[in-house]
Design a protein around this ligand. Structure first.
Ligand SMILES: Nc1ncnc2c1ncn2[C@@H]1O[C@H](COP(=O)(O)OP(=O)(O)OP(=O)(O)O)[C@@H](O)[C@H]1O
Length: 666
């Protein structure tokens, strides 16, 4: 629900850098009704009028330099997107041939009707040309004229349908490819890139790129055909009057050239600004509970308002440049039309031009001016497409360092998981582990303990191969984890994270989410997992039972309930390895007790290889082995009793500290 709202807000933002044609704008706005747009605008207005206080600056580190370097190669790349749909596009363009013929010949034919009243002209030439005959025919048979015009209109409708659907297919392809590529990226990529920004690229940028090589292509082709056709007919109608155009065309072309460059620059800036605003909206709305609890609404309003202000600043520059362009077109166009009329009337008085020819010429001049303006629009949209494609292609072509699949398909650990001299640092952070070595024996329970921030959860991430060690290796029965198929390996590990993440669907679907074939998981297996995780009691109490919807991130469940559903999810496939990042510290006493009962029951009966990341040290007495990490190294190893016997030992001190803490609290 919140993400839908965020998407809608970002959808509104799309209108900033949207294609200028009404067809594309309607595509953009189609998701809003009038009232929704009005209320969103009011929200925007309110945001902008709020006093800016302590604005949070989200750094969207953009690859602007790279974007600026888009070349003809990029142009080829965006046209390549249309490749699979060239049949549909060609069909659209062929309909263009029909509609252009109809609508280009109509002015000339109807212009001839005016000359019907000019007897002198007919007597002079002594013959009647084919166009005049056709004009007369249409005058006598208006139904035939309506039929021809209808044919032209039908061809336009067919062209628009072909190009619109081709555009949507291109957009769909692009979105799917980029999403697929993003989904394959390793965790380092997500540490650096913000999700809100990626979503913005997927929604806004893909729309702009798709439009630029579909509807825009068709509009451009139509403009070119109309421009060439009406230009030729102008020459045919009166070569003398065409002299006027020699002054007009260079001014118009010059205006396009300048504006095209400006447009590309503003598009790049606008894409960045929209992505930054979407990033703020997505992140803050998805954590709205925290925002509410910390009374951070004014701060967030200001943060979002400042991003909207950036969009507004760019939009003003864009609007100014656009205004200049259209103003100069209008000026040049009207100057040209006035000159045509003045000069044309002189030619008529000298008997060198008929009234009908002057009327036809004027119509063609207006048509060619409009199509020249449309050609400029075509280039503007191509420039926008180029701007928007740069970052999308970067995301699409990004290669993940850790592949999703491929390698030895090892499903279980027979002997041990071994960390051998592992060194690791998160990007742009100091080294976290220096040469750590330890074993996790198969079928036993290993607990990892250490002070907060010592890297306990990172051990789990390395074991799941979410990150690779910088040096050293992790082996499973002697096989390097890097040689193993990551998906096969991960599928056999049940994980319960510190912050359980549920998806906004039913509890049933959340429980079977990690199964390779969710449809094959039986009701009995789901109920068994729910019972093992201590969730069955509360699930039974819900009117919809397992089919209860849990809201975004499981927001309609309590923390303890969420945690227990996450445990059920980890258990339903009966995984051979379990990683439990102890998650009870954030829960109230009752919830913690219920989760703990579930975990203890699980561990007592466990035949699995278990890695438990423990915060409450009193709860790991049953562990076969405890590994204590501190300051990047393994400082102690042994059973609970062995470690408690080490005088001045890190583990003993940690246990004592917790006991004193609890006593103090009590
Ligand atoms: N994605 C990341 N990018 C950069 N640094 C990270 C990332 N994840 C964790 N860290 C840092 O690595 C260190 C170890 O984090 P980790 O979560 O493994 O610690 P922990 O021992 O599990 O902590 P806690 O007991 O508080 O949960 C911390 O200093 C943390 O700030």
């Amino acid at each position: 629900m919140l993400s839908t709202l965020a998407a809608r807000v970002s959808g509104c933002l799309r209108c900033g850098p949207m294609p200028s044609s009404s067809a594309a704008r309607s595509l953009c706005f189609s998701t809003f009704n009038h009232a929704q747009r009005k209320s969103l605008l009011q929200v925007g207005k309110k945001i902008l009028t709020q006093p800016v206080r302590n604005v949070t600056v989200i750094d969207t580190k953009r690859a602007s330099a790279k974007l600026g370097r888009s070349t003809w190669k990029d142009l080829r790349a965006i046209f390549k997107l249309a490749g699979p749909y060239k049949g549909r596009i060609m069909l659209g363009i062929s309909f263009l041939g029909i509609s252009s013929t109809v609508f280009l010949l109509t002015p000339r034919t109807l212009g001839k009707l005016i000359d019907e009243f000019d007897d002198t002209k007919r007597q002079e030439t002594g013959k009647e040309d084919a166009t005049l005959l056709m004009a007369r025919y249409f005058k006598d048979h208006p139904v035939a004229l309506a039929g021809v015009l209808l044919l032209g209109a039908a061809a336009i409708a067919a062209r628009v349908y072909c190009m619109h659907t081709a555009g949507q297919l291109i957009i769909n392809d692009l979105r799917k490819k980029v999403f697929e590529s993003v989904l394959k990226q390793d965790m380092k990529f997500f540490d650096k890139n913000k999700v809100g920004e990626i979503v913005s690229r997927l929604s806004t940028d893909a729309l702009i790129v798709g439009y630029s090589v579909s509807m825009n292509l068709s509009d451009g082709a139509r403009a070119l055909v109309t421009c060439l056709g009406s230009g030729s007919l102008m020459v045919y109608t009166s070569p003398a009057l065409c002299k006027v155009m020699f002054f007009v065309i260079p001014i118009m072309v010059g205006t396009f050239a300048v504006f095209g460059r400006l447009q590309r620059k503003y598009t790049l800036e606008m894409q960045d600004a929209v992505a930054a605003a979407n990033q703020v909206a997505t992140e803050r709305l998805s954590s709205v509970k925290t925002v509410r609890m910390l009374v951070a609404e004014p701060k967030e309003r200001a943060a979002y308002g400042s991003k909207i202000q950036d969009i507004w600043d760019i939009s003003k520059k864009e609007g100014f440049a656009k205004g200049l362009m259209f103003g100069s077109f209008q000026f040049t166009g009207y100057m040209a039309l006035s000159t045509i009329l003045f000069y044309g009337s002189t030619l008529i008085s000298k008997g060198l031009l008929t009234y009908g020819e002057l009327s036809s010429f004027c119509l063609y001049a207006v048509l060619s001016a409009a199509s020249l303006s449309n050609i400029s629009g075509f280039f503007v949209e191509i420039m926008k497409g180029l701007g928007a494609s740069a970052r999308l292609f970067e995301l699409r072509d990004q290669q993940a360092v850790i592949p999703l699949e491929g390698g030895k398909k090892k499903e279980n650990v027979e002997s041990e998981i071994k960390f051998e001299n592992v060194t690791f640092a998160y990007p742009e952070r100091d080294r976290l582990f220096s040469n750590i070595s330890f074993q996790v024996p198969a079928g036993k329970i290993t607990a990892v303990v250490g002070p907060s921030g010592s890297g306990k959860s990172t051990i789990a991430s390395l074991m799941l191969r979410l990150y690779d060690p910088d040096t050293g290796r992790i082996t499973i029965d002697g096989t390097d984890l890097k040689e193993m198929d990551p998906s096969v390996w991960r599928r056999n590990i049940g994980t319960v994270g510190q912050e359980p993440v549920l998806f906004s669907t039913s509890i049933r679907e959340n429980i079977v989410y990690g199964a390779e074939h969710p449809e094959q998981v039986t009701e009995a297996q789901i109920v068994e997992a729910a019972k093992q995780s201590n969730s069955w009691e509360f699930l039974r109490g819900f009117p919809d039972g397992l089919d209860t919807m849990v809201g975004e991130h499981g927001s309609t469940l309590s923390g303890g309930q969420k945690q227990r559903v996450a445990i059920a999810r980890a258990l339903v496939t009966n995984p051979r390895i379990l990683i439990l990042d102890e998650a009870t510290s954030a829960l109230d006493a009752t919830s913690e007790y219920l989760v703990r009962v579930a975990l203890n029951r699980l561990l007592e009966n466990s035949q699995q290889t278990v890695l438990i990341i423990a915060h409450r040290l009193s709860t790991i007495k049953h562990a076969d082995q405890i590994i204590v990490i501190d300051q990047g190294t393994v400082v102690e190893k042994g059973s609970f009793d062995e470690l408690m016997k080490i005088d001045e030992g890190v583990f003993k001190k940690l246990v004592e500290k917790q006991t004193i803490g609890w006593n103090g609290e009590a």
